[in-house]
Ligand binder design. Sequence first.
Ligand code: LAN
Length: 728
Amino acid sequence: IPYLTIDSALACACDDKRTTDYSRWRLLDDRGRQTWHYLKTEKQIKEWPQSIADKWHLGMDTGLPNLPPPKTAIDSVKNALEFFQHLQLPPGNWACDYGGPMFLVPGLVVTWYVTKTAIPEEYKIEIANYLFARQHPKDGGWGLHIEGDSSVFGTSMNYTALRLVGVDSEDPRMIKARALLHKMGGAVNGPHWAKFWLSVLGVMKWEIVNPVPPELWLLPDWIPISPWRWWIHMRQVFLPMSFIYSKRWVFEADDLVMELRDELFVEDWEDIDWAGHRNSIHEKDNYHPKTWVLNTINWFLVHVWFPYFRTDRIVERAEEWTWHLIQREDENTDFSCLGPVNAPMNTIACYIQEGHEAYSVRRHIERLEDFIWVKNEGMLMNGTNGVQNWDTSFLIQSVVEAGLEKDPKWKPMLVKALEYLEDQQVRENTRDYKSCYRHPSKGAWTFSNKDQGYAVSDCTSEAVKSIMMLQNSPGYPELVSLERIHDAIDVLLTYQNPSGGCASYEPTRGSEHMELLNAAEVFGRIMIEYDYPECTTACVTALSSFKWLYPPYRTADIDRFISRAVAFIRRAQRPDGSWYGAWGICFSYAAMFALESLASVGETYENSERVRRACHFFLDRQFEDGGWGESYKACETGVWTPSEKSLVVQTSWVCIALMEAQYPDPEPIKRALSMVVGRQRANGEWAQELIEGVFNKSCMISYPNYKFIFPIRALGMFAKRYGEIELA
Ligand code: LAN
């Protein structure tokens, strides 16, 4: 059933699959700004050949050779690097598909649609391909993330996105999706964000959206619930959302919108009691039910504040101030924005305020490209504008763990990676950072690139650690001066909370009670910054390495930081010996970090009861085949949940944890790593297994490079400790 037509010059030979020609896609990496391009002429194709990395990301044959079968851990590491080196991009970083969340593409497509931005035909085709590839074959729906059960959020939003890119409502896959949506009660049972997007599009009416009052931004800073205290991702989404909500802006009802009004609901559109459905939500979407406190506040806002007290003057001031902050965000990031949710929303805010022709709107539309990824399944929107700094730092560390930085063979690759990180350090605080409520960023690194500009505690730590490792190895250039390393240390020292722990982007600014106001329904623990063993460990190890490798600088501050941080790590351990991981799945991820922290202050299996407890937590749970594996359900429930099969990435994390702990018996680690080596393909790579990452407890996110980075690290550590042992 052809649902799209495409200019025959662009179409692939096997056009009954309605795909683009994959040999025409190219990834451009311009100093860490990654964008995909579809080449339309033979001349372009000739001038810009497809790289091995392009082919690999697109799922095409890379033509890389089979390698001699590995016998030992270091053989396996070398084979992995032999492959992975080809995925390094010209500026020196690595990249990957950073999908997982299934609510991002719809926001992007709605934004293009309502701002009347032409969507290129090849995008339409590949977006449809991706969404269909990720449709659950059984019930025809989509969940919050690629592995999650179908929900109203996933199904209503992705159905809408498919219709907006031109898919026919009578396509059998759409019929199936619609049937499921209707079975779940229709789009009125979606969470807050679904109601927001569909109201902007004009498929719902604003009365169904729970209040998003911009006047909250007028609260004085001392008020305990002032938005500046929220977790940065929440307040930066709340910002444009509140502006758009205040305007009650709606896209004109064109034919497609009228059709969607028919398709997404069980009732007749005209008869729907919009206000009455403000709190309707399907159980599959209701991960974090709204509290009575929030429900009471919402009731007050709708029935008392809006009709009787919200004067025109208040509205005007609130919209003025939020618009000011939106502009600062755009300016400070050159329109790339903090993330994939506020970027499209800021685009719409600019469109409302300044119109289609404005520079702000045009630049936003260009910058939205930075979030797009193309792979064998089609086109998706990444969870950030890339993983540049993060994956590149980790790869450097893994190679150093294996001792291969000394091998001249890998030096050019590592020097390139070092050059990349050098280029990406944030050199100054953002302009007006205090009045925009930004944390200082001078000397820091972000998760992705410098354009985005948001300093993160552990991204800074991992980057500066990698730089220090390489710059202190014989034969490596000193690209980052001591002064700049001091800047990084200075910023790291600002991250510690009174608890001793560290959070992600900022020290915690508000009380945990603020979770009572969590309005998103689909996510947990989003309102403020929390202490994370992962982020805390990264800071500890960066500061320890610095202290070890460099002339004394702020030594007393560093010592105090480390001892308080490690005390936090100890307190965060559960009685069963485990730590809950907030950014990777789940206990294996956190244990790798926590045990590294403890080891850095000399606490190991031999001398510490808690470390022994942590090791036995995993040894008691080792799979038959020697590996470990966790299902994403562990993140949702907070309870250890094994996956059906062992997993290469989690197994590597546990092995690293055990080796950090100096677990005395190599046997269980050897068994585990034999499994990992057994799954390595002849060309050195590993196959993609289950999803690796998480945020906000309920939403999973892919880290496809982890299947290289962490096996390399675990095997490298093993080789260093146990030498030439043969792995079966
Ligand atoms: C990330 C990705 C990286 C991650 C680590 C560095 C691994 C972590 O240790 C600290 C937090 C951080 C930087 C992080 C925070 C939240 C992000 C940005 C993400 C999980 C990637 C996507 C997610 C973002 C919130 C997605 C957009 C969704 C919203 C709910 C706004």
